[in-house]
Write a protein of this length. Structure first.
Lengths: 728, 110
């Protein structure tokens, strides 16, 4: 069983790894960008730290050398090249594997995984084979070694440079050093003699002494500093904390629970890395620069001044800045985000759905009993319920951008494998849709992207030969359109070969030889099971399973998929998806006593029977609406509704549209808009054509929700002579 | 004169017979300079240094450097307890490189 903290580690690591991957991919483009470098470093560093806390030694052992490499890169010791980035990506993958093996609940990392890690590390540091494996195996031994090492250099280093007037001012450096002995053991002292003046120039009463002292002491920086309190004006004093003290500062910084945002200096004083006086000195420097040269010079950050004055080590300042940043982020995030269990949200939305239905029931009763005074209140409640519904649904909305950016890696890896040069351009990533939809769209999208990379794009040589830019462009775009989200995957590759598709389809018996098909209809064949135009199957695509699965997945989401392609120019796949699967605005229509709901977003217009605006052509199954011809379907016929009185009421026409396809639905009555809580149909009914779900009406009756897309398809099939007209 | 010439068992050496502090630094510098300019080889006893402070140490350091520069042989001998302490504190024994011998008298006390 995983405990909660482990879960948090795993979740955070996954997020960090994702960040790391994105940053690495950016680095590939812009190798010198410090920001990405830092974010890679921070990611690996944080994972290492967290792994250490939780005792995942294998992760620590692997990430530590990776971090060191990144540190070298940051310090300019190692250069970023594509090979290194590729290697780091592999390291990221390996780390992900390690994290995953923990999430699988494995206590011990498998030998194979460890060896894979070692191979990577060896590649990373070709000259020195770091023995991460041994680190894990001989952990105890290692700790002992490092303990001993610590002891030898765990000293305060005090640098003491007296000014020339020190002696004249009655100070005796010797006495300070003698006094310092009380603070601890002077392990080493170096008296600098090399910058003494020559004998002739020497003024006997001037002071030329400077010392470097290594002090082993448990005293704090402030205490050590107090030794030199009286000499402050006559000497330059720098106290460099021992390594353990550095680690203590870092640990303290880490532990600081920042409820409020502290200034950098305050943070450093809080952990003891900085004394009050050092801070005020530094601040003085900062402000003097400001007043001296306010116009031309930028104010130096405090941290930089402190490092310059050697008051605090760079590592500590960096850490403090990082801490400051993370506190700031945390504060910002806390105000913006709360992590909520997705199940709870689901429950809330279900309840809101019930509320919508109950509200409809109340409204119905109020109308029935003609309670004018209650009516007003009910209207108010209805408005509120609508608001609650919108907000509740909004809670589950996530941006599609995260899903899109995962494809950076896919595009990079696959195109590399295939020796193609493809750039991914993402737009519209801020478009939002329901989280449940996002989760389900990932697989179909992956299929499409891979397909495009494999079939669509030509090799760079072929592209150049055709006069195209060497680098192909794959575009992922998302936009909102009439209550739907539209996702487009566009490439500027070879396009689909309709002749080939036709030939294959004939071979498979999907169409008759010589059957007349429009360009669009041929293209649509690629969604038929078992059809591929690729002659050889690769491990990426081409096995002819995929496009039909993609279509099925999209259908299951009540969405639609269309493909458009021009030979030599490229292919555009457009997916329409409903924004949510829970509650929609519906349009209720009736046939005899049955009620049906059409998603309002798909309704173009409603036309009453009496007008002369439309005519049914029963023979060829099309309707002529003001000169526009489209297929139609009669719900009463389609569902086989029996008219009890043998009498037909006035008929009305509802024009629906999905993407470019339009059709008319002929109904008996129009009821108008309705908040529709979608209830999935039982398994038995899932194969039903033309129905996608059901909803409960205020009266307690059930209304079926029409699968508009399916109906359009059926209508088009019936009106076989009449081509589906495309809206302009 | 704070520096006197002495003879022990037929060997001549100089003995600082004063404190080596900020108060005597100027004078000491002058006297030692004179001494160094006249002698090519000299031994200076520190046995009678009554007090030594940072200024005194500086003088010794500089004198040592100057002697080296001029190619003269300078040795400090007969360090007394106080001088030894200071040199030890500042870790300067190796710098001067003179053999430090604990005075027999003190050794007896110890």
């Amino acid at each position: 069983m995983l405990d909660d903290t482990k879960k948090i580690f795993i979740q955070e690591s996954e997020e960090l790894l994702e960040q790391m991957e994105n940053a690495l991919l950016e680095m590939e483009q812009v190798p010198d960008d410090a920001e990405h470098l830092n974010s890679v470093f921070r990611a690996i560093h944080t994972i290492k730290g967290a792994a250490g806390i939780f005792g995942f030694d294998a992760i620590v052992a692997f990430t530590h050398p990776v971090e060191s490499v990144m540190d070298n890169v940051r310090n300019g010791i190692r250069l970023v090249d594509p090979d290194l980035v590729a290697l780091l990506l592999k390291c990221k993958d390996h780390t992900a594997n390690l994290v995953e093996s923990i999430s699988d609940g494995q206590e011990d990392i498998s030998e194979a995984l460890l060896e894979a890690g070692q191979t990577l590390l060896d590649e990373l540091n070709p000259e020195q084979k770091s023995g991460a494996l041994d680190v894990v195996k001989n952990k105890r031994e290692n700790i002992e070694v490092s303990d001993r090492k610590n002891a030898s250099d765990d000293n305060w280093v005090i640098s003491l440079d007296f000014k020339s007037d020190a002696l004249r001012n009655g100070l005796d450096p010797l006495s300070f050093i003698n006094y310092l002995k009380r603070m601890g053991e002077i392990v080493e002292i170096i008296t600098f003699t090399h910058d003494f003046p020559c004998w002739e120039d020497m003024e006997p009463e001037s002071c030329y002494l400077s010392f470097r002292i290594a002090l082993l002491s448990s005293a704090s920086k402030e205490e050590i500093k107090s030794v030199f309190e009286f000499a402050m004006d006559d000497c330059e004093l720098r106290i460099i904390p021992p390594r353990s003290e550095l680690e203590k500062y870092l640990a303290l910084l880490e532990e600081l629970t920042g409820e409020e945002l502290n200034k950098l200096g305050e943070l450093l004083i809080q952990v003891g890395a900085l004394t009050e006086q050092e801070l005020s000195n530094a601040l003085q420097v900062q402000s003097s620069v400001l007043s001296d040269d306010a116009a031309t010079q930028e104010v130096k950050p405090l941290g930089e001044i402190l490092v310059e004055q050697h008051v605090v080590s760079k590592g500590v300042v960096d850490k403090a800045v990082e801490k400051q940043e993370s506190i700031r982020e945390k504060i910002a995030q806390e105000t913006q985000y709360i992590r909520v269990d997705a199940d709870r949200l689901g429950q809330l939305i279900n309840l809101v759905g019930e509320l919508v239905i109950s509200n409809a029931a109340v409204k119905l009763l109020v109308e029935k009993h003609d309670l004018a005074d209650v009516q007003e209140v009910v209207n108010g409640v209805e408005g509120l319920v609508e608001n609650i519904r919108d907000h509740a649904l909004q809670l589950r909305m996530v941006q599609i951008g995260d899903t899109f950016s995962r494809f950076r890696r896919v595009v990079r890896d696959v195109s590399k494998d295939l020796n193609k040069d493809v750039e991914l351009v993402i737009t519209g990533g801020e478009a939002e849709l329901d989280k449940t939809v996002v989760e389900k769209i990932n697989d179909p999208l992956t299929h499409l992207v891979r397909n495009s990379l494999d079939h669509g794009f030509e090799t760079p040589e072929e592209r150049v030969a055709q006069g195209k830019p060497k680098k192909g462009v794959l575009r992922l775009n998302a936009l909102h359109d009439s209550g739907h989200i539209v996702i487009q995957i566009a490439d500027d590759g070879a396009g689909l070969d309709t002749k080939k598709i036709r030939k294959k389809a004939e071979e498979k018996g999907l169409i008759y030889a010589g059957q007349e098909l429009s360009h669009r209809e041929i293209l649509r064949l690629i969604f038929e099971p078992g059809l591929t135009t690729k002659d050889t199957a690769s491990n990426i695509s081409g096995r002819g399973v995929g496009m039909d699965v993609v279509k099925r997945n999209i259908d299951a989401l009540r969405g639609s998929i269309e493909v458009d392609s021009e030979r030599g120019k490229g292919t555009l796949v457009t997916i329409h998806l409903p924004l949510t699967l829970a509650i929609i605005e519906g349009f209720m229509v009736g046939v005899e006593k049955e009620r049906f709901v059409i998603p309002l977003s798909m309704v173009e217009e409603c036309v009453e029977m009496d007008t002369n605006e439309w005519h049914l052509d029963k023979n060829s199954h099309y309707v002529n609406l003001r000169g526009q011809v489209m297929p139609y379907i009669k719900l009463s016929e389609f569902f086989g509704v029996n008219y009890q009185h043998g009498r037909r009421g006035r008929e009305s026409l509802v024009v629906v549209r999905v993407g470019r396809a339009k059709a008319g639905i002929v109904v008996d009555r129009l009821f108008g808009e309705l908040q529709t809580v979608i209830k999935p149909l039982g398994k038995v009914f899932q194969g039903l054509k033309g129905v996608s779900g059901a909803t409960v009406l205020g009266s307690g009756d059930i209304a079926l929700i029409l699968d508009v897309q399916g109906l359009i398809g059926l209508a088009s099939a019936k009106a076989s002579d009449v081509k589906t007209l495309e809206s302009v | 004169m704070s520096i006197v010439t002495r003879e022990l068992n037929g060997v001549h050496f100089f003995e600082i017979n004063d404190e080596l502090t900020i108060y005597t630094a100027a004078m000491m510098k002058q006297e030692l300079q004179d001494l160094l300019s006249k002698q090519d080889e000299l031994e200076i006893s520190l046995e009678k240094v009554s007090d030594i402070d940072s200024a005194g140490v500086q003088i010794l350091i500089l004198l040592h450097q100057q002697a080296e520069k001029k190619g003269k042989a300078l040795r400090f001998i007969k360090h007394n307890r106080q001088v030894i302490d200071v040199l030890e504190t500042l870790n300067l024994e190796a710098f001067f490189g003179d053999p430090i011998v604990l005075p027999a008298k003190e050794f007896e006390y110890a």
